[in-house]
Design a protein around this ligand. Structure first.
Ligand code: LMG
Ligand code: NDP
Ligand code: PMR
Length: 397
């Protein structure tokens, strides 16, 4: 545990600016569903722990595994039941990530590693959400720094936890920024954080997922409707468009090249939507490259319009005031944070959602369905290019 504690030092001590909880909406919606939905996370007793899980960390891992609540198994009448799953969720200090962490921790079947940039905020959020403390651990991760991503991976490995599911959830949205801002390595902040940080994280952690003996290993990358131009929401300007990736290929530094993937003028709302397209393309490229060989399920999703989260913290006050009622009463795409958390928790743990390469959405009957991605967000050639350019940028190629 000492090793783990060393990994948990916060790098920031900011006071949260947002974090209100939303009112619940017992209504069906165009793209959303009712609140009667519930998490189905039981794999049933037919799954058993495989013996001799591979441990690459020898004694350190064995020792910390004993101390970790996430990896114990409970003998029941001489048989071993399924051990707790261990899920890493990025950006679990608010909104969708926090709601998902809470939904999973409350089942008692999951140990949640909350991978957050602000340790104190995450600790407060977990406590005020009432998450059982034996079912979560907070570890520091700043996706806007590739060094921090690598450090997180090292610390996670030292913690001795297995990795059964990774959820790439964190994101920033800068709709009102006039000028770009940048990550530690000088990439435009939204694509740098939402896509490149997660790209490195998931590429590094794929090895850990491979080693897991959990019956259903998953890598989930949160997408969005607004990156999909085959929808009404995806046609609200500015529209996502990666173009020929010329800006990405030159490093998104805003100096020698554009800060935008397509090489155009900076637009914070477009940069966010472009980053979501990258997220959805990356999920599919992972599926093509790794699913058959590893059996890992790769998935993305649109959780519904969670109009009350911190994602909109930088939007103008008028927008923040009108957006929730607009989504509730006009588009009917609104979903509460709690409901969105249940949806993502399903993608993490529902035994019926094991299909790989799928972009999940929910209909008004509370059922998940395989949604269609836009032409660009399902472009095989573009996915390959985004992958290859991204691996150069994050130092993997
Ligand atoms: C822009 O600001 C930035 O300028 C830009 O740089 C970029 O960052 C962009 O995409 C990001 O954001 C956005 C801001 C500017 O827009 C808004 O604030 C619009 C938010 C939507 C709010 C609509 C208000 C409608 C009033 C709803 C009140 C609800 C009350 C409930 C009533 C219940 C009754 C039962 O501002 C604008 O752009 C102003 C635009 C105003 C547009 C108003 C359009 C209103 C409605 C459109 C209806 C469309 C219906 C669609 C239905 C779909 C169903 C199929
Ligand atoms: P929030 O702002 O509430 O949550 C985003 C989380 O990401 C926060 O915990 C934030 O940390 C974290 N984060 C931001 N930057 C970094 C960083 N550099 N390193 C580590 N963590 C970081 O927004 P949502 O819950 O709405 O967003 C969650 C996901 O849902 C995103 O992927 C978003 O694209 C997606 N989504 C949201 C929709 C919505 O309507 N809200 C709709 C569709 C998709 P901190 O708390 O420290 O700020
Ligand atoms: Mg949108 C069915 C219609 C629908 C849905 C589901 C969304 C979701 N939005 C819809 C329609 C509209 N929006 C319409 C008609 C308008 C014009 C008034 C509109 C506007 C709008 C703005 C200005 N919407 C927005 C914004 C944002 O700044 C949000 C955004 O683009 O963030 C990137 C947003 C969103 N609308 C959504 C969803 C889910 C978002 C935000 C979050 C995201 O995609 O991650």
């Amino acid at each position: 545990m000492a090793l783990q504690a060393a990994a948990l030092l916060p790098s920031t001590f900011s006071i949260p600016k947002e974090g209100k909880t939303s009112a619940s909406l017992k209504d069906s919606s165009l793209f959303g569903i009712s609140l009667s939905d519930h998490v189905k996370s039981d794999f049933g007793s037919s799954f058993k722990i495989k013996s001799g899980r591979k441990s690459s960390l020898g004694a350190i891992r064995a020792e910390t595994m004993v101390a970790s609540p996430g990896v114990t198994s409970t003998p029941v009448t001489g048989k071993k039941t399924l051990r707790k799953g261990c899920v890493v969720i990025t950006g679990a200090s608010s909104g969708l990530g926090l709601a998902t962490a809470k939904a999973l921790a409350e089942t008692g079947k999951w140990h949640v590693i909350m991978a957050c940039r602000d340790f104190l905020k995450a600790e407060r959020a977990a406590k005020s959400a009432g998450m059982p403390k034996e079912n979560y651990t907070i570890m520091h991760l700043d996706l806007a720094s590739l060094d921090s991503v690598r450090q997180f991976v090292d610390n996670f490995r030292r913690s001795g936890n297995p990795l059964d599911v990774l959820v790439c959830n964190a994101a920033v949205y800068q709709p009102t920024a006039k000028e770009p801002s940048f990550t530690a390595e000088g990439f435009e902040l939204s694509v740098g954080t939402n896509h490149l940080g997660h790209f490195l994280l998931s590429r590094l952690l794929i090895d850990d997922l491979k080693q897991s003996d959990y019956p259903s290993k998953r890598l989930i990358i949160v997408g969005s409707i607004t990156g999909n131009t085959n929808t009404l929401a995806g046609n609200v300007p500015p529209k996502a468009n990666l173009g020929d990736l010329r800006g990405l290929a030159r490093g998104l530094d805003g100096l020698n090249s554009s800060a935008m993937i397509d090489g155009g003028d900076f637009d914070g709302a477009k940069a966010y939507k472009d980053s979501k397209v990258c997220n959805m393309l990356t999920m599919q490229e992972f599926h093509r490259r790794y699913h058959e060989e590893t059996g890992i399920t790769f998935a993305s999703l649109y959780p519904g319009c969670i109009a009350t989260t911190g994602l909109f913290r930088e939007h103008i006050p008028l927008f923040r005031l009108l957006f929730p009622p607009f989504q509730k009463f006009i588009t009917k795409g609104f979903v509460s944070e709690a409901e969105s958390g249940k949806r993502l928790a399903q993608v993490v743990s529902d035994p019926s959602l094991t299909k790989s390469g799928v972009y999940w959405s929910w209909n008004k009957n509370s059922s998940s369905f395989e949604n269609q991605l836009s032409e660009e967000a399902s472009d095989v050639e573009k996915a390959r290019k985004v992958w290859e350019v991204s691996e150069k940028l994050v130092g993997l190629a």
